[in-house]
Ligand binder design. Structure first.
Ligand SMILES: Nc1ncnc2c1ncn2[C@@H]1O[C@H](COP(=O)(O)OP(=O)(O)OP(=O)(O)O)[C@@H](O)[C@H]1O
Length: 370
């Protein structure tokens, strides 16, 4: 019996190592000193607004875009750096695009086998058959792309990208062409397949919810830089920057003043052990706002159902903007009702100074705190 503990992906060497990569177009940096390590079997969600450089980074890893500085290594081999450029065909990097890019004149089976041309025929056919079986594509295997739905084409494109058993699979917005209900199911199935095969993947998205659902790690980019990375849970609950907090959901931003071990604000005083001196902004997520027996007075000024979530707008006399509250339990209130509001202080984050200039966030109650 083998008593060796299983090797965690965290202790394996990185399969992809990007060091200080810069890429400029017309003098403007699309990527500015980007560094990222991805470990074997890890699924990384690469997130950011349109134009932040996500696709450029994928294209550089795949070898279809050049760099102006830095280097990229796959396994232990540098594939692009000063004086090194390994051709894309021999990097063994899988690519899957938003539009799937299936060949219209080839059947699903032929599409899936397309990347295996250099392999002996019998082995390639066996590999294709195995992946067809693994992804339950038997009923589609002899169909042409125009005879398949969007979801089916997505699965065939995934099978085609996986067939050569790439070192790493790069997926550029792979679910964005699917409608909402289908997208969630296909997303789940895709992650299940990647995990079952132990595939290392980077999945690009600009959808924050999708990034949280997909990745072992979420990497947030802004203006050509990686601004924050961490587990979905950490980056959502305790973002270190205002940019990250604002990316994931609406945030109620309330000014406050330090006063001893308290922060005084128009919605009450909150305990805070950090020695702060300058005015701060409290970052309060809609989920941290609740209707309560005791709390500050407010009036319901809006109510909206967002699927399973209910959103209330709560006007507080001392604030310029209404507070946004979100809850999964239905509130028995109507517009115009007078209510009382409390806050989950444990999830409040504090931005020192003006959040449009100072971007660092810290929790209100620090680790050794209440
Ligand atoms: N070949 C190119 N020539 C000139 N500019 C380019 C080129 N490729 C990308 N850019 C610019 O680089 C920046 C980053 O583009 P990129 O496509 O990587 O962004 P993205 O985050 O993938 O955006 P999206 O989510 O819209 O696809 C953009 O400002 C884009 O206009």
């Amino acid at each position: 019996m083998n008593d060796e503990p299983p090797i965690s992906p965290q202790v394996l060497p990185p399969i992809l190592e990007i060091c200080g990569v810069t890429r400029r177009f017309g003098g403007v940096p699309a990527l500015d000193n980007v560094s990222l390590k991805v470990r074997a079997g890890e699924i990384v969600a690469l997130l950011g607004h349109s134009g932040c450089g996500k696709s450029t980074l994928l294209r550089i890893i795949a070898g279809v875009e050049d760099i102006d500085g830095g280097q990229v290594a796959l396994g232990s081999q540098v594939v692009v750096g000063s004086d090194v450029f390994v051709e894309p065909e021999i990097r063994n990097v899988g690519m899957m695009f938003q539009d799937y890019a299936l060949f219209p004149h080839l059947t699903a089976r032929q599409n899936i086998g397309f990347g295996l041309k250099k392999m002996p025929r019998k082995r390639a056919a066996a590999r294709v058959a195995a992946i067809i079986e693994r992804l339950n594509l038997e009923s589609l295997s002899e169909r042409y792309p125009h005879m398949m739905s969007g979801g089916e084409q997505q699965r065939v494109a995934l099978a085609r990208a996986l067939a050569p058993q790439p070192h790493i699979l790069l997926m550029d917005e792979p679910f964005s062409n699917l409608d909402r209900g289908l997208r969630e199911r296909i997303r789940r199935e895709t992650v299940d397949v990647l995990r079952a095969l132990g595939t290392t993947a980077i999945i690009v998205t600009h959808d924050a919810e999708e990034a949280l659902a997909l990745g072992d790690r979420v990497v947030l980019m802004d203006k050509g830089r990686i601004v924050e990375e961490g587990s979905g849970e950490a980056i959502y609950r305790t973002p270190r920057t205002a940019d990250a907090a604002l990316f994931f959901s609406h945030v109620n931003i309330v000014p406050a003043q330090p006063s001893g071990e308290w922060l005084e604000s128009p919605i009450g005083r909150f305990p805070d052990r950090r020695a702060r001196t300058a005015p701060v902004r409290l970052f309060i997520r809609p989920q941290a706002v609740a209707l309560a027996e005791q709390g500050i007075p407010a009036r319901v000024s809006g109510r909206m159902l967002l699927g399973e979530i209910e959103e209330l707008m709560l006007t507080v006399e001392t604030l310029n903007e209404p507070l946004v509250m979100r809850t999964t339990t239905r509130s028995e209130v109507e517009i115009g009702d007078d209510v009382r509001v409390s806050f989950d202080t444990g999830s409040i984050l504090v931005c020192e100074g003006d959040h449009t200039k100072t971007r660092a966030l810290t929790p209100l109650v620090d680790a050794g705190g209440v």
